[in-house]
Design a protein around this ligand. Structure first.
Ligand SMILES: *Cc1c(COP(=O)(O)O)cnc(C)c1O
Length: 426
């Protein structure tokens, strides 16, 4: 593809040969609109809409009996979602539960796994992670009376966009209790080698957690086989569960029986929960890390959404996603080479996630101009434009269109009429 010139004809042929193309009809897409922000908030599918409406119908028809008698019984929905998610991350069904949000799940699992002792008191993370993860780590350290300035180590990035796996491994010292990293970095889209990092950390006796926010639904994982201790993720990004959709967590089966750091009645063994005893008998699976009543209306859309992933298969999703981002990068080389854009994501397939990350000093105003041309990009302050073509609903021709719209904006300085500042949500 890099050799010969990419034309509209090339991309149309790619669309014709694409066996995931049929999934486009499953989503609510607007004509002549190009949605490149599915890594921040995925679009609504008809299936997700249907399972949400079914949850409402169950409430309407059954009242309280909806917990057990509904078409999608609420009492078992989190476990059912966990089971459906397991193949996306290479987990066993009992290792996964859908509950909370990334940040609350992280609090739960840090409370569960971070047990500082005389020797190990530190948490290792990186300086490029999403702020919420770092806030959670700092508050958990403080709850143990440990000063984050001394007990949180953040691996530094040389270029400001990517991390060196060697640097991470070098930081794994004897006083570190736990390591938390993103699987895919939210700005640059770098995919970290989870297996390699986990192995190295375990050799040093360090517990390993990963935040899969930018990899779940974009690429396959083998969490059980790799021995990752725990993981957290959200489902409103690549999994298209809707704004505030329920989060998820994984706890490796080797930790079965570990007491939840933050307990609540939904941590219970389901048979015992309604005994209402004051001594918790935790579930013997990842369900033990739930706390309170599940948020059914923000869980139900995920039921429908996950059906689509089952039908498509995560391997095929990854294959098309790589093709889409490769096409985008090839078009940047072909058409936008003198537009002042720099590609910040790693170029190799095995090192990049689902989005392309572009650096430009006027990124904010370019993003505003894109929006006015019906392209929805994603801006990350101060200079990053993230573009995420989504395997289930973006066509190769969409990528082609977007690249020419971007070229037209920059070449004709259309972005100069906008302020180069971020909006309230960026
Ligand atoms: C999106 C994202 C979050 C958001 O956390 P919530 O608790 O779901 O609001 C946290 N961490 C990372 C790495 C993210 O990409």
């Amino acid at each position: 593809m890099t050799k010969s010139k990419i034309t509209r004809d090339t991309v149309r042929k790619l669309d014709q040969a694409d066996h995931l193309n049929k999934f486009r009809n499953e989503f609510y897409l607007k004509e002549e609109h190009y949605y490149m922000d599915g890594n921040s908030l995925g679009l609504l599918s008809k299936r997700a809409e249907h399972t949400l409406l079914t949850a409402l119908q169950d409430w309407k028809n059954h009242g309280i009996e909806g917990w057990t008698e509904g078409e999608q019984p609420w009492f078992y929905m989190s476990e059912k979602l966990g089971e459906m998610t397991a193949p996306l991350i290479g987990a066993k069904p009992h290792e996964v539960i859908n509950t909370g949000s990334i940040t609350t799940n992280l609090h739960q699992l840090l409370a569960t796994f971070f047990k500082p002792d005389n020797q190990r008191t530190k948490i290792l993370a990186d300086e490029l992670n999403f702020p919420s993860d770092i806030y959670a780590i700092k508050s958990q350290l403080e709850l143990h009376g440990l000063d984050p300035a001394d007990h949180l180590l953040q691996v530094e990035s040389e270029d400001g966009y990517t991390l060196s796996e060697e640097d991470i491994i070098t930081e794994m010292s004897e006083d570190i209790a736990l390591l938390l990293l993103p699987s895919v970095l939210y700005r640059s889209g770098q995919l970290v080698d989870i297996e390699k990092i986990t192995k190295a950390a375990h050799e040093k006796g360090i517990i390993v957690g990963f935040d899969l926010a930018h990899s779940i639904g974009a690429l396959p994982h083998q969490l059980n086989e790799w021995g990752v201790d725990f993981a957290v993720w959200c489902t409103y990004k690549y999994l298209n569960s809707g704004p505030g959709g329920v989060g998820g967590l994984f706890v490796h089966e080797k930790h079965t029986g570990r007491k939840p750091g933050l307990a609540g009645w939904f941590s219970s063994n389901k048979e015992k929960q309604f005994d209402m005893g004051h001594t918790l008998i935790p579930a013997e699976n990842a369900g033990a890390y739930q706390i309170g009543t599940p948020h059914i209306m923000s869980s139900a859309p995920l039921l429908g959404s996950l059906e689509l992933f089952h039908e498509a298969g995560i391997e095929s999703v990854r294959e098309k996603s790589l093709q889409l981002t490769r096409l985008m990068m090839n078009l940047i080389h072909q058409e936008l080479y003198d537009c002042g854009l720099k590609i910040a994501n790693p170029l190799e397939d095995q090192h990049r996630g689902g989005h392309v990350s572009l650096i430009h000093p006027e990124a904010a105003s370019i993003c505003k101009a894109l929006k006015d041309e019906n392209v929805v990009p994603d801006f990350r302050s101060p200079n990053v434009i993230r573009l995420a073509p989504i395997a289930l609903y973006t066509s190769f021709e969409d990528v082609y269109e977007v690249m020419f719209i971007l070229k037209d904006i920059i070449m004709n300085e259309k972005h100069k009429q906008y302020k180069n500042e971020r909006g309230i949500i960026a």
